[in-house]
Every structure is written in C-alpha cells, then in structure tokens.
Write a protein that binds this ligand. Structure first.
Ligand SMILES: [Zn+2]
Ligand SMILES: [Zn+2]
Length: 413
C-alpha cells in the first residue's frame, strides 16, 4: 500500500516537473524575443554594438554594430534622389543620430522609409521629423513612418516640424491634419492593439520667413531659415549639438540666408541638381523649361560649388540627382569647376561619422530582407485602450467561413 502511494506521489512529482519544464519552454516561445538593452540602448536581437576607438572605422557600416560615441554625430543619407525615385535613389531624407541618444530625421521623401527598415533602427527614437517643404520628394513618406513606426516600436506621438506657407492651407499643420484625416480608416482600426500615444501625429508649424530656433531640447538646437524654391514656404535647417553642426538644405536656389547660416558648419548638405543640358536629355524638356527647372527653382552643380566655396564646411554633401554613373561624373565635374574643398557626392546609404577631429564617409551595407524590427521593450507595456469594436457590420462578420482558420494554440485573455 505504502509502495503504491509512494509511486503515485513520485509520478505526480514527475508530472509536475514535466509540466513546469513545458511551461518554461512555452513561455520562452511566447514571450520571444526583444533583446536585453545593451548599455541602456535598444538593439536588434544578437547585436552588441561597439564604440569605434581612435577613428578606426571598418570600411563598411553594418547597422546595429556601431554605437554612436559620446561626442559623435552619425549622419545617414536615406534618400538622395528625385520625386520619380529610382531603385538606387529614394527621395530626400537624412537621419542624424547623436551621442546623447537623440535621433532626428530631416525630410522624409518618397521611398526613404525602405532604407530605415534596412537600418534595423530603434523606431521608438524616430519621433521627430523636420520637413524643409511640402513636395512629395521631401515629405511623401510621413504617413508611412507614422504608422509603420508605430507598429515597429514608437509608443509616443510622431512630431513633425515644418514651415508655414503663404496661406494656412499651404502650411505644415494643414498638411499633417489632413494626413490624419486621410488615414482615419487605417489608424482608428489599430486602436487598442497598439499603444495609444504612438497613433498621434503632431504638427509644429513655424514661420517660414524667419531665421529662428524652432527646437531646443536636451542640448540640441535646430534653427530654420528661408529658402527660395518656387513659392513661399520652403526652408533649410541647422542643427547644433555639443560643438558639432549639421546643415540641411532642402530645395533652393543659392540664397543669402544659407550663405550666412551654413557658414563654417561641420557637415553641410545642399541640393545639387542637373544642368539644363542634362535635364533636356533626361526629361526631354525644351531648353527654356529645362533652364527654369534646373537653375531658377533648383541649384545646378556649378551653383552648388559656389555655395560651398562661400560657406567652407568641413564636409560638403551633394544630393538630389540620380547617381547613375554617367550623370554623376558630369555632375561631379561641374561641382569641381567652382569648389575644391572636402566633398561627398551622397548616394542612398552614404553614412558620415563626425567628431571634432575626424570625419569618416562610408557606405551602409544592409540586409535587403530586413524589416522594421521592434526593439523597444517600452512599447510592449505602453498604455493601450480597449480594442476597437463596432467597426464592422454584422452581415459582414457572418460571411466568415467557420473552421477554415485554425483555433488558438495558446490561451487568449
Ligand atoms: Zn526636391
Ligand atoms: Zn522641391
């Protein structure tokens, strides 16, 4: 009798042990897999980024492998092309990451968010976009970042800083408010599943005609100044942090504000458009229209060179052309007629590391099958509302085929 009892207790113990092991295995599967932070920073699973010492940068930048140094700025060209983007040139966008942990996006043209996915970046940090003007090649991916960034890890609102226009409906606030309206079907359907605050998009519109500081937080100042591009409401930006400066020119002809505000900055990005002759060949425009586009509303290569000869940056960065081999070399020759200083002809995924004593220019190499990985643990527990209900008519729900999709294999609360 005692033996039987002992056997029963033994079996029960073994069974409990097996169940406990099974639970642990199940739990480790179901709670996969945001990695532990590395030194307080969210990184993709399996990555341990290191700070580069003594300016010994590897030839190639692999995303997630390098920590931005305490006194370093990392600038990544996400898009450097045209409104009609090509597979090698998405439209304008530059990412600036600072050693204090802050990230800033300058413009977010069509297609540029593809490059963000490839960087496997921490989307919870991508909550600030500075828009130079409201052409699609500078603002076309705002809605994509708003929603994809929210799914990918942002649990706070997306803040969009941009200029006013000559009338309220031509300003950034009107644009952002209408993005919110236009995507109501999308965003309200996700309520409850995703963190509430991440579903918000907030416009910070400022006066395009003034030179003024429009952002000042955590030791970072961003100022805006007027640009000359077809109509009222285009600007350029200067970011200052920790003794380093980055100037981002959206679209403009060479102008007096840029010549003044970009002076002596560390890295200066300015558009470098085609010549009229190139544009006739590329776009089939007659000379008159080609001159108008390339030289009256944009800056062709020789103009870019003259601007850089005036502002004398530590590094001049040219973008806003197709970097196809034949075209790019002609553009480079045009720039060199009027500027002989340090120069990077930016392609998509050119990456620039800047410290007080060194500038490194390289290319990013990334996995073309990468996606926006959620690395933000804070996203998991950020407050959510009740799941969206009442979005679908009863007759529509009743049309679902029963027993076709498999039932849950894990408890659902
Ligand atoms: Zn443009
Ligand atoms: Zn433009």
């Amino acid at each position: 009798m005692r033996n039987v009892k002992a056997k029963t207790i033994g079996s029960l113990f073994l069974l409990s042990l097996l169940m406990a092991v099974a639970c642990i295995i199940l739990l480790s599967i179901t709670t996969h897999a945001k990695p532990d932070k590395v030194d307080g920073v969210n990184v993709p699973s399996g990555r341990i980024p290191q700070e580069i010492k003594d300016n010994k940068y590897p030839r190639t930048y692999f995303p997630g492998t390098e920590r931005v140094g305490k006194n370093e700025m990392r600038i990544t060209a996400l898009g450097t092309g045209m409104p009609t983007q090509s597979p090698s040139n998405a439209a304008a966008a530059f990412l600036v990451e600072l050693g204090n942990g802050d990230s800033f996006l300058f413009d977010l043209g069509t297609g540029s968010t593809d490059r963000l996915s490839g960087l496997e970046t921490d989307y919870s940090k991508l909550d600030k976009v500075f828009i130079s003007h409201l052409h699609t090649d500078h603002a076309g991916d705002l809605a994509t970042l708003w929603v994809a960034g929210w799914i990918g890890g942002r649990y706070t609102p997306l803040h969009v800083y941009g200029p006013s226009g000559s009338a309220p409906k031509l300003g950034t606030k009107f644009h952002v408010d209408h993005i919110r309206e236009a995507w109501a079907w999308d965003v309200t359907s996700r309520a409850g599943t995703l963190p509430n605050a991440g579903g918000e998009i907030v416009a910070h519109e400022f006066d395009y005609s003034k030179t003024a500081v429009i952002y000042d937080k955590n030791g970072v100042k961003v100022s805006s100044f007027p640009a000359i591009h077809i109509r009222d409401g285009s600007v350029s930006f200067r970011l200052e942090w920790n003794g380093l400066s980055f100037v981002f020119g959206g679209d403009s002809v060479p102008n007096k504000w840029f010549a003044k505000e970009a002076k002596d900055a560390d890295v200066v990005v300015h558009e470098c458009f085609f010549t009229p002759e190139q544009w006739m060949k590329i776009a089939g425009f007659p000379y008159k229209q080609a001159y108008w586009v390339t030289t009256v509303i944009h800056t062709p290569p020789e103009g870019f060179g003259k601007v850089m000869s005036m502002v004398k940056p530590r590094l001049a960065v040219a973008y806003h052309y197709w970097n196809h081999r034949d075209i790019e070399l002609e553009i480079f020759e045009g720039v060199r007629k009027t500027y002989d200083g340090p120069l990077a002809m930016a392609a998509d995924l050119t990456v620039i590391n800047v410290t007080k004593d060194h500038i490194e220019v390289r290319e990013v190499s990334f996995n073309h099958e990468a996606w926006a990985q959620g690395v933000s643990k804070e996203w998991d527990t950020a407050p959510r509302g009740a799941p969206a209900t009442g979005l679908m008519s009863d007759w529509l729900k009743k049309g679902a085929l029963k027993g076709v999709n498999p039932p849950p294999t894990q408890p659902i609360k």
